[in-house]
Design a protein around this ligand. Sequence first.
Ligand SMILES: NC(=O)c1ccc[n+]([C@@H]2O[C@H](COP(=O)([O-])OP(=O)(O)OC[C@H]3O[C@@H](n4cnc5c(N)ncnc54)[C@H](OP(=O)(O)O)[C@@H]3O)[C@@H](O)[C@H]2O)c1
Length: 348
Amino acid sequence: MPFRVVQWTTGNVGQRSVRAVIASPDLELVGCYAWGPDKVGRDAGELAGVEPIGVVATDDVAALLALRPDCVIYNPKWPDVDHLVQILESGAHVVTTAAFITGHALGEGRDRIADACVRGKSTIFGSGMNPGFANLIGLVSAGICDRIDSITVTESVDSTGYDSPDTERSVGYGLPIDDPSLPELVERGTAVFGDAVRLMADALGVELDEVTCEAEFAQTTEDLDLGSWSIDAGCVAGIAASWKGHRNGRAVVNLRVRWRKGQYLEPDWKIEHGYIVDIQGQPCVRTKVEILPGPDFVARSFADYMALGMIITSLPALNAIRAVCAAPPGIVTYTDLPLVTGRGFVSA
Ligand SMILES: NC(=O)c1ccc[n+]([C@@H]2O[C@H](COP(=O)([O-])OP(=O)(O)OC[C@H]3O[C@@H](n4cnc5c(N)ncnc54)[C@H](OP(=O)(O)O)[C@@H]3O)[C@@H](O)[C@H]2O)c1
């Protein structure tokens, strides 16, 4: 029997999730939540850019939960603790990409979520590409060393085509390069990486003294037209953040992101177009995950290429559904689940 799933919103990530659910023999889409009133009443397939599939999007949460889905694939712009509590209390499991790894970044909301899991005998798991799958790659890479001095995971990408202006502005994009609020915005907006640092340290058996966040910024020297929004010259178009877990005065875990937009960045940060794990120890290990279009991939614009980023964000959560449905109730991470693979997606 396929797992019965509800798709929660159909933005950049959610659209790829819907497409993957349709393609998966293990999953059946039984409902779709729409946040935007313009999407209510429309077919989920159509919202995902494919043929209609006979599942109509609704904002009626009770009606969706009355369908008794096994799992909700939760991809909204911001996590809504009230909604998560409602879903988990109903007994539906949750896989999410929305700023959730251990839940600590949600503060008291985490306790409410954990309580809802107990009441509903349900489980929540958070993963995207990064944080998420990239942390798993880091931990797996560390498994061949007999001494680990430090482990650094870097996401180095050009995000010019990522169309989520609110989430981008929330970390400081578009603000004047000398705006004093920038470091605090980055720390607040990327707080989920702090959870990922603690998760990795915990998995490596390390008790951290402290977790810190450092940020650097780059400006665009020309106005940037990004389609649905724009960034003026002299404003932030590049952000680098480094979340570090320290022990005995050394950064043992370092999760770095380096994101740039446009051609006119100053400083002109070089981008590696992927995810790099760098382990210092014995031996030193470098693992690079490059994300490249398949031979049949068609892109008419730079923005179209972002579909690859959305696939790699949505699939780790979706691929975990089988394991999450079988897990004990509560908040689970990669360190609690059996190996999550690409089961069901091998082409015919
Ligand atoms: N870990 C990773 O690797 C990674 C990578 C990329 C993104 N993400 C996260 O994944 C989530 C989805 O990203 P996305 O690019 O798909 O986002 P998005 O397209 O900007 O927004 C997703 C959907 O959220 C709904 N929405 C709009 N305003 C909202 C609000 N104020 N509160 C709650 N929901 C709202 C809309 O739903 P409707 O479509 O129903 O109107 C929208 O389509 C975000 O939390 C993002 O930060 C994680």
